[in-house]
Design a protein around this ligand. Structure first.
Ligand code: NIG
Ligand code: FE
Length: 438
């Protein structure tokens, strides 16, 4: 029998003999990172620079769930070895899997031609005005079958798993028209059955205005609200509803109209806000009670003030700011103002063709002067709050999913951002199962 501490008690777990539980024990962990007894609130302001941890630790998992943990000094006696897998983690850290609360990883084709055009001097907006950008991806997606989309998205899922991600939010938004949006959301639903990732789906028909409705945006919004959205809700295909609030896309008023309609059908709002200009997306999102507002390169003092008086999680997307050479989002100002900042990847073909959350940590440290500890909180527990998964993932907490990775031999957490471009992940565990990553 294995003895594990639960809370402060010593409990003898009597395993029922006819049911063999899947049990895993990781011992001699150099550092068990992001250990939290409770996660009732996102981590805000100054506290973001603290990551609770146990040096020289052990971690026990049972049936896919974190059962207990502790210091090797108080290592429990083991008398029953039946079905117990033991891993020695010497010189390695154990870190809860990244939670990536903003991606668009269902898409067809790629847009490296636009990338080369931008290098030669065109802007993202100029390319979009010529029918490139989101409309280019929508054209490609129209002709792709559900099977093709599942296949290419699965490759991206496996890639991010190998880089340490365990939970991901995935948006529609390259379909735009009802059938194509529904196709994207059905693909996301299928992915939930095909990967061990925890997945949440977001309805984002308000991502761009199709060319034929450019002079009649009201008609396109009418289609979203009266055709696509009701069907999405009826089939239970989305958890969130999102709008790209930006000049030439959707105004703050339209954003509120669309988000409120989604709320009525049970979807929780999110907003793509202040990415290219200070346009009003954050304030619109806060007004609607958005769970998160994302991008934030052009956030000013008034948005920070509005966020301080809300539960909305400000989320920065360093991959997109880096790839599009946008101004840095005011990450330090937001943390110094006491906000709970989150960091996600925005993995998509146009503005962030990478979902590597280790790289996102490096950009935040190097470009935005966030500390490695702040980045760790921002991409685990705070992103978990930004996708409503705070009770399931984002920390080493008894009862949460056993989603974590064992690092290569590294000295400390700081080495994740320091070794930018390297993959610190050695072994991945999702739902307590070791995932084959190559
Ligand atoms: O999050 N900002 C709007 N949407 C995406 C870009 C999508 C694209 O260019 O394909 C983003 O950056
Ligand atoms: Fe996005």
């Amino acid at each position: 029998m294995m003895y594990f501490r639960q809370g402060k008690l010593n409990i003898n777990f009597n395993f029922v003999s006819y049911y063999i539980m899947r049990r895993l024990l990781i011992k001699n962990i150099k550092q068990l990172v992001q250990v939290r007894e409770v996660t009732a609130e996102p981590i805000k302001g100054k506290s973001m620079d603290e990551v609770p941890h146990i040096n020289d630790a052990w971690l026990a998992v049972e049936d896919g769930i974190i059962l207990d943990y502790g210091s090797m000094d108080d290592f429990p006696g083991i008398t029953d070895w039946k079905g117990l897998e033991i891993i020695e983690a010497e010189d390695r850290l154990v870190i809860p899997s990244w939670v990536d609360s903003h991606t668009h990883i269902v898409y067809a084709g790629s847009r490296e031609g636009e990338f080369a055009d931008r290098i030669r001097g065109l802007t993202y907006e100029e390319i979009a005005q010529k029918g490139g950008g989101i409309l280019n991806s929508a054209l490609k997606l129209k002709d792709a079958t559900e099977e093709e989309l599942v296949e290419s998205a699965l490759i991206r899922c496996n890639e991010i798993i190998s880089q340490g991600t365990g939970a991901v939010e995935i948006k529609s938004g390259y379909g735009l028209y009802p059938e194509a949006e529904l196709k994207m959301l059905r693909v996301i639903k299928k992915l939930k059955t095909l990967t061990p990732l925890s997945i949440k789906a977001t309805f984002l028909a308000a991502h761009a205005v199709p060319t034929e409705y450019k002079t009649n945006k009201a008609k396109y919004i009418d289609i979203i609200l009266n055709e696509t959205l009701p069907q999405v809700a009826k089939e239970g295909l989305a958890d969130f509803i999102d709008v790209f609030c930006e000049k030439n896309y959707f105004t703050p008023e339209e954003t509120i109209q669309i988000l409120e309609a989604g709320k009525k059908l049970g979807l929780t709002p999110k907003v793509h806000a202040e990415q290219m200009s200070n346009y009003g997306g954050v304030i619109a999102g806060v007004k609607c009670g958005a769970i998160s507002v994302d991008h934030l390169e052009f956030v000013e003092a008034k948005e920070i003030e509005a966020l301080k008086n809300s539960k909305t999680i400000p989320t920065i997307l360093p991959g997109a700011a880096f790839f599009l050479s946008l101004p840095n989002p005011p990450a330090r100002e937001m943390i110094n103002a006491g906000l709970a900042l989150a960091v996600a990847s925005d993995f998509n073909p146009g503005s962030s063709p990478s979902g590597n959350m280790n790289l996102m940590q490096a950009i935040c440290c190097i470009q935005y002067k966030m500390t490695p500890n702040e980045c760790m909180n921002a991409s685990t527990i705070n992103t978990a709050f930004a996708m409503g998964l705070q009770n399931e993932v984002g920390s080493i907490t008894i009862g949460k999913k056993a989603n974590f990775f064992i690092t290569k031999k590294i000295n400390s957490l700081d080495m994740i951002a320091y070794s930018f471009g390297s993959n610190p992940v050695d072994q991945v565990f999702l739902n307590g199962e070791k995932i084959k990553t190559n």
